[in-house]
Design a binder for this molecule. Structure first.
Ligand code: GLU
Ligand code: MG
Length: 452
């Protein structure tokens, strides 16, 4: 890697005037500071100052002081750019982008640093001889820019779902998006017009977990800028209407040992024993994991049956209603392709915390041989209540109170965050829930449209 001073000179010579340092808060909202480019050498060592209260911001920019460690306006944290990830932004050529690490003012670990939580889980997995690969699918609604930012999204394409016709309406945007993804080092699997109104999806190819989470944040910025260039604005919110199709950010993971994909298996027999342990571990902690991966109030509404979003705690082989969709390898795709798609994930998740909890739950299951029931290949949403209860099928939490109980009920998942970060995260959820309790479902959805 280049020395910061040389890097700053290079950037300045190519027209970059600022470095945007980005982190995601406990609501999945990317927050940022811009440092002038010539300050990069100093900033890369000492960071820029930010308030320690970001861990207790809620989704609506209110600060809840209802967390013992962060209950006063006093305190400062340093935000350091991760220079190895520095990327000149194709869609915002005067800026470079870097993910941020939050450290205490003496340089020591800041327990609320979400990126560090993911790094710790990656290290733990490595100590057990395991490597995880991850990639997100990103769904979003494309709207015409300029409407009331709190209002309803005015769709920029009109379907049909998955059609080439729909893509014609957003043709220039799609072209810019792909070009900017390539320039920003974001490898794309595919792009298509999704099922929902004015919905588009772009998928990122798998990488190591920290890279995957960094890329997910960079992808958001890249998509927003590409939309703006064409008079559009995109909503990454879990829902764009209270009753319609949601924006899922499905998280695909696979787990490897000695270069071998432990999820490799086939459609008939499922994954091998280690892969079954990983899936079993995810299932065991699924309600608690979902509190981190789909944390907002609209997230809870999105997780309903019939929308391919994941509503019940079960797995299936290529079953798109399954919260855990096992994707086996095949003779065409090879064993390396095998992975599990976790559907109860969206943009309101902090990507580092989401992935950290998925890794922790899955690898814990692998370590202690968690068991896996037979896959379910239908949609349990179409079964009777009686049948679901006979077969012991649980619903994922659907209210903030159930969500909190699930999160606090899993020692394994609580340990991933640690008491400080967990306390702040729960305080933010409670603040969001209290805010939403006084509003209609439509108002709640509208208030989240442009937050991510
Ligand atoms: N839009 C769906 C969701 O909310 C996902 C559709 C799909 O399977 O791609 O997760
Ligand atoms: Mg999709």
């Amino acid at each position: 890697m280049m020395e910061p001073a040389a890097l700053a000179r290079d950037l300045a010579a190519s027209g970059v005037s600022g470095v945007m340092i980005v982190w995601a808060d406990n609501n999945g909202i990317p927050r940022a500071r811009i440092a002038p480019v010539d300050a990069l050498p100093a900033v890369s060592e000492r960071g820029v100052g930010i308030t320690s209260l970001f861990a207790v911001f809620d989704t609506h920019d209110m600060i809840t002081f209802a967390h013992p460690g962060l209950s006063t306006p006093s305190g400062d944290v340093r935000l350091l750019p991760v220079l190895e990830r520095l990327t000149r932004l194709a869609g915002q050529p005067a800026l470079a982008w870097a993910p941020g690490r939050q450290v205490a003012t003496d340089g020591s670990v800041w327990p609320y640093d979400q990126r560090g939580v993911l790094e710790a889980q990656v290290r733990r997995a490595a100590e057990a001889g395991l490597e995880v690969r991850a990639g997100w699918e990103i769904e979003f609604a494309v709207g015409v820019a300029g409407e009331d930012p709190t209002g309803v999204l005015q769709g920029a394409h009109h379907g049909p779902a998955y059609s080439s016709r729909a893509l014609l309406d957003v043709d220039e945007f799609a072209g810019t998006l792909l070009a900017d993804f390539a320039a920003n080092g974001l490898p794309v699997g595919q792009l298509h017009a999704e099922y929902g109104p004015a919905q588009v999806e772009v998928s990122l190819t798998p990488s190591d977990p920290v890279t995957a989470a960094d890329r997910q944040l960079l992808a958001r910025q890249t998509i927003h800028a590409a939309a703006r260039a064409h008079g559009l604005q995109v909503s990454f919110a879990p829902l764009i209407s209270a009753s319609g199709v949601g924006n899922g950010w499905h998280l695909h993971t696979s787990v490897w040992r000695d270069g071998r994909n432990l999820l490799a298996g086939d459609a008939e027999r499922g994954p091998g024993p280690d892969g079954a342990g990983y899936l079993g571990g995810l299932l065991r902690d699924l309600p608690a994991v979902a509190a981190l991966t789909a944390p907002s109030v609209p997230s809870l509404t999105r997780l309903r049956p019939g929308y391919f979003a994941g509503a019940y705690v079960f797995w299936g082989v290529e079953n798109r209603e399954a919260t855990l969709r096992y994707v086996p390898g095949s003779s065409l795709l090879g064993a390396d392709h095998a992975n599990v798609e976790f559907k109860a994930c969206d943009a309101s998740a902090n990507p580092y915390l989401a992935l950290a909890t998925v890794i922790a739950a899955g690898t814990a299951g692998l370590a202690d041989g968690a068991t896996l029931d037979e896959p379910i290949q239908s949609d349990p949403g179409t079964w009777s209540e009686q049948e679901r209860s006979t077969r012991g099928l649980a619903r994922l939490p659907a209210t903030p109170a159930d969500q909190e109980a699930a999160l606090l009920g899993s020692d394994r998942i609580r340990a991933v965050l640690g008491d400080d970060l967990l306390g702040a995260f729960v305080a933010a959820r409670r603040s969001d829930a209290a805010w939403a309790a006084e509003r209609t479902p439509d108002d709640v959805v509208a208030a989240h449209l442009w937050r991510y």
